[in-house]
Design a protein around this ligand. Structure first.
Ligand code: SF4
Length: 265
């Protein structure tokens, strides 16, 4: 409101560009104000409107995707009444709120039933299509900063395909047990790594890394191999501290390197 007073002498702007630049005004509110207050042929698309249009026009685009809203806006620019945009938009909103409801649309009383393609095909309750947001997976990981008697570090290359493909990392594995209070970390490590002798130098740090679908809680431990008998796989190698920076690591493991280098200074 202050912006309207300060920049527009108290009058809400009557075009989409300026009204959309006001704080808190999204595309739906902009369209609602422009059509209802100024009777301009501007679409106001929200979930209700997308549901009605998906059904009436039998559109199967996923309404959870931003581009679907854009598509509906484009359609409405064509369809909207140029003579009475206010009534058109209010009618569409009311239809969605009172008649064409999500689970039990009142088709028998619906004023647009004759034009409704979903009703004609009997698929009104199957629309709109809305994909569910994937729940973010949480994973507990143990990462090991393994050193040998020469002061070298063990690193390994991730597989050629999949998440963070071909980047380098410290040896790590998933674990479920970190939730419990007393985890026998040495036992966890022995289960995963076949080493004859090692000395656990204890926990180093905890690192969190968030991907769009996944969150890693990485518990980092430092380990010293006592015998040089550790059999390396083809993707693993020992490197000197100064060489580590020649390898591309994912952000989460770069944090481990930073901490490690700090400690060694
Ligand atoms: S006929 Fe049924 S599905 Fe079609 S718009 Fe009307 S209430 Fe919605």
């Amino acid at each position: 409101m202050r912006e309207v007073v300060e920049h527009y002498e108290g009058v809400v702007p009557n075009n989409r560009k300026e009204i959309s630049a006001l704080k808190g005004v999204g595309p739906y509110t902009a369209g609602a104000i422009l059509s209802i207050a100024y009777d301009l042929p501007e679409p106001a698309v929200d979930g209700n409107v997308m549901r009605v249009l998906s059904r009436v026009l039998l559109i199967k685009d996923d309404i959870a995707k931003p581009k679907t809203r854009t598509r509906f806006e484009a359609i409405l620019y064509e369809l909207i009444s140029k003579k009475n945009a206010s009534f058109f938009n209010q009618g569409l909103m009311e239809l969605g709120a009172l008649v064409c409801t999500p689970t039990s649309p009142g088709c028998l009383l619906c004023p647009v039933r004759e034009h409704c393609r979903a009703y004609e095909q009997g698929v009104q309750t199957e629309l709109p299509i809305k994909s569910k947001k994937k729940k973010q997976q949480q994973k507990n990981m143990i990462a090991l900063v393994i050193k040998n008697e020469l002061g070298e570090f063990l690193i390994e290359k991730r597989p050629d395909k999949g998440l963070l493909a071909r980047l380098w990392q410290f040896v790590n594995f998933e674990t479920e047990k970190l939730e419990q209070e007393k985890v026998n970390i040495e036992k966890e490590i022995s289960n995963f790594l076949k080493i004859d002798g090692f000395e656990s130098l204890g926990p180093l740090q905890e690192v969190e890394h968030v991907f769009s679908h996944l969150k890693w809680h990485i518990h980092v431990y430092e380990l010293k191999v006592l015998s040089a008998e550790l059999e390396l796989s083809t993707s693993q190698r020992w490197v000197q501290k100064q060489q580590i920076e020649d390898y591309a690591f994912p952000v989460s493991h770069q944090k481990i390197i930073e901490q490690q280098l700090k400690m060694e200074e």
